[in-house]
Structure formats: C-alpha cells, structure tokens
Design a protein. Structure first.
Length: 494
C-alpha cells in the first residue's frame, strides 16, 4: 500500500474521513512516525543497508607556516597553493563531495611548543590558501604563539570516519572490496567492534597505521568538542529568499526553501520553510548571514526547494509535497565564489548574498530541469562516526552494514520500503493511536492487540540477528532423560 491507500484504510476502519487537510496531515504524521520508529527499531532483513564508505588518505599541508598578530586572532595555517586533485595534500577532494574538513591535523616542529598538538580542520580555504583549525578540546579557540613566521609540519589524518546520514545502528564493519583495496587480498577481513571502555583499557594508539582490525563507535567528537548539532538555522532569522531578474528564468510560481549548515563535512538539521514567489522573469536570490561572525570558520550554507505551486507542463499547476536538494547536481566548473573546491551549489561561510547560478547544467527554466535534483535525504540531526584501529593511511573502502532510517512518506504515492505483508501492522498501530485520540479506549486496545499479532508475524518472518560472538558449551545430559542440549553465552563487547 502507498501512503494514500494506508490513510484510506485507516479512514475505513475508523469510519471517519473528514475533508479537512489538517486532519489528513495528522494521519500522515501518525503513519510516518509509526513506520519510521518501527522500521529502525530492529535489524529486519528489509531495514538493512550495506555500503562502502571510503576513508580519506593521509596528507600534509604544503609549505605550512603560522604567525601571531597583535591586532587579530589567528587560527589558520598558511599554505602554498592548494590542490584538490593531489591525494597527498590537505586540499584533496575525494569523489566530488568528501574533503579533509573534519580530519585531524597534528602540528609538530613549531618554534613554540605551545603550538604543537592535535587540531580539527574546520575549513580549507582555497581563496587564501589557508587551513583554519580548532583545538581538539572543550576549549577549541586557537591563537598562535609565534612572533615571526614559523615553518611547521602538519600531518593530516582522518581519525573519525563519518557514516551515512541514515545510519541508525551499526551491524557489521569489514573490508571486502577486492578491486579497490590498495593492498590486495591481504587487506581484506572483518573489523570487530570495541567499546569505548575497552579501547581505553587497552590504550590503543591513535596514530598507528595498518589494516583495520577494530572499530570504536562515536556519536560525536570526544572532549565535548563543538559539533554541527549546535547550529540550527531558522527561516527569516538566518536566511531569506527573493526573486531577482534573470534570463533564463525559473518557472513562475510559489516555492518553499529550507536551509541547513554544513560544517566539517557534516550537515545540520534543516530549517523551517521560507516561502517565496518567483516571477517568470526571475531566479532565486539567497540572503544569508556571515557565519564567521559566530566565531567559527567553515560553517557553510546549503539549500533545498519545494515546488508549492508553479507553472508546469502545458500550463498546468505543478506541486510537490517534498523538498529537493539544490546541491545534488555536480558540475565541471565550480558554481561557487567561495568553497570553489566543491563542484556543486554551496554558499561559503562569509558570503551573504548569492544568486542561483543559471549556467552549465544548473540552468532551471522548465519543470523538467527540477527533476534532476534528488529528493531530500534522511536527516536525523546527528551522524554516527567510527574510529578505525589501526588507521588506514590510504583511501580504503570500508564496508558498513547497518540499520537505516527510511525516508519519509511525503507523497500520496510513496510506498514504505517494506514487503506488502507488513503494511497492516502500520495501519493497525495508527488505528490504535487514532481511536485513543477519539476517546475510544476499547477499540484502541482491540487494534493495539491486532497490531501486536501482525508484528509477531513480521518478526518471525523477517527479523535477523546482529553480528555477535557466541561460545558453544559442551553437550550435557538432562536429569530426566538423555537429551543433549547446549548453552550459548554472549561474550561482553561482542
């Protein structure tokens, strides 16, 4: 069943279906909440993904130097010309979207030992050939102690591997991609989980290089380091969108825009929507704040759009119930004034006014052009990370199997990413909640029990088990009759 069919089934059971959009929106919310919470609650066969996540190769900052100032705070490393195609440099961009922003920079050989240490790379600025950093600490502010220009050595390492945005629970990690593992079959193998406590007890080194054998899960940076979840954009406060004259122009109509921040390669939660009317002779102009004034470098801005009511094919009204990612289409020529290393639409931290680049394959002058931009992906507000031990020094495909959060059912014809025989559970659970809202506890209890029966069927058919170690004891004879049985004991930290 799709979203519309499930909503109609709920209405049929309740014998209540008012022609009120707010009520239908509420039923849609019930359906989505039930679906998403149940989907990601257990490792069902259909709720798992297996993907390769590529590590960034080790690099350096070319001709790195630092200096202090008597008039300004200096928290950057000055480099020679940065190169986004050189794997050995801090400016390297992997597979269009991944860079060393968020990696660790270890400074050595500074004249003042106070400057040596471990830092997080906040921003790689190709315009000024600077690398902005923060201290890996609960007090991240940096201001160099260097009276004159001081040449230093900077080793760039990806200590924390960020997992996909829809990752809810890790089930297994390993290396199985024979074609892309630089060391061949010797690098293949399973990577086993270690708890944070076990990692501390073993005192595993951060800088040890080699083929990974263990991983440690992090939901955020250690040491209470400031993370992306502390930045929440708001429409009207952090951004506005208006129309500006353009030829070619966007299709005329009413649009909604949302914004998110991108920092250290990770995206924040989305803002509330901002509505804007674009005339048939206009394109959008994005007005934002200079986020460097928040005291952080590299806090860039990313936008999404929804066609609320625009002129579609043959003059018909076209509308969509979901947002599209305006950064999802890459181009050969960077469309950004700042953040020029990224070949997709992204507004740099200090930019405050940007027009949509109507050039190359980013031109939008018909509804068909909007279809190139992918639907908004899952954004659960934070990202899981893992630290590999030992750490691979070269780009390595790490296979991750995980339970994922499904995308929202936004359109009436969206279907759950589950088999058809599981949809009744969603409907019955929504009926139970709705009956309770309508002050009918008896029917709510009845459909709650029906939902539990459906859930039992689903569990018996589709539930699998996460990766774990078990020890099989020897066979033992029972006291009443000779019938061997065995005991499975789950090992700690498995």
């Amino acid at each position: 069943m799709n979203l519309k069919e499930m909503r109609e089934m709920v209405a049929s059971i309740l014998d209540y279906d008012p022609d009120v959009q707010s009520y239908r929106d509420e039923i849609n919310r019930y359906i989505n909440n039930t679906y998403k919470n149940w989907f990601a609650s257990r490792p069902y066969e259909f709720s798992q993904k297996t993907v390769d996540v590529y590590t960034m190769p080790d690099g350096t900052c070319p001709s790195a130097a630092i200096t202090s100032s008597t008039t300004e705070i200096r928290n950057w490393i000055q480099c020679s010309a940065l190169d986004k195609t050189d794997e050995t440099e801090v400016g390297y961009v992997q597979r269009i979207r991944h860079s060393h922003e968020g990696s660790i920079g270890v400074i050595t050989d500074a004249a003042s030992t106070e400057n040596n240490g471990t830092y997080i790379i906040d921003k790689v600025d190709f315009g000024s050939n600077r690398v902005y950093v923060s201290k890996l600490s609960s007090t991240p502010q940096v201001d160099w102690e260097a009276a004159t220009l001081d040449g230093i050595s900077v080793a760039v390492r990806q200590r924390f591997l960020t997992l996909p945005a829809d990752c809810t629970d890790i089930l297994g990690v390993g290396i199985r991609n024979v074609e892309e593992t630089g060391s061949g079959t010797n690098a293949l193998g399973k990577i086993y989980n270690l708890t944070r406590r076990k990692d501390e007890d073993l005192n595993l080194r951060y800088d040890l290089e080699g083929t990974p054998t263990n991983f440690v899960v992090y939901d955020g940076y250690p040491e209470h380091t400031i993370d992306i979840d502390q930045f929440v954009p708001r429409a009207g406060k952090d951004f506005t969108v208006e129309g500006v004259a353009s030829s070619p122009a966007w299709p005329a109509g009413t649009y909604e825009f949302k914004m998110s921040y991108v920092w250290r390669g990770i995206e924040s939660q989305l803002s509330d929507p901002w509505e804007a009317k674009i005339l048939g002779t206009q394109k959008p102009r994005f007005k934002t704040y200079d986020t460097t004034k928040k005291g952080f470098q590299g806090l860039r801005k990313k936008f999404y759009v929804r066609c609320k009511s625009i002129t579609g094919k043959d003059g018909a009204i076209h509308e969509e119930t979901f947002f599209r990612d305006l950064s999802s289409v890459p181009v050969k020529t960077a469309p950004n004034t700042g953040a020029s290393q990224y070949s997709f639409f992204l507004i740099d931290d200090d930019e405050i006014q940007n027009d949509w680049p109507q050039a190359n394959n980013l031109v939008i002058d018909t509804v068909d052009d909007l279809f190139r931009y992918s639907r908004q992906e899952v954004n659960i507000g934070y990202r899981k990370r893992i630290r590999l031990y030992p750490r691979p020094a070269s780009s390595t495909p790490i296979e991750v199997r995980y339970v994922y959060t499904p995308p929202e059912l936004a359109d009436d014809f969206d279907r759950p990413n589950t088999p058809d025989d599981t949809h009744r559970y969603i409907v019955y659970r929504v009926c139970a909640e709705t009956f309770m809202k309508h002050n009918n506890p008896d029917m709510a209890d009845f459909y709650d029990r029906k939902a539990e029966k459906e859930l039992l069927k689903v569990d018996n058919k589709y539930l699998t088990q996460r990766s774990a170690y078990y020890v099989k004891d020897s066979y033992i004879s029972g006291p009443m009759r000779v019938r061997p049985f065995q005991t499975l004991t789950r090992l700690p930290d498995a």
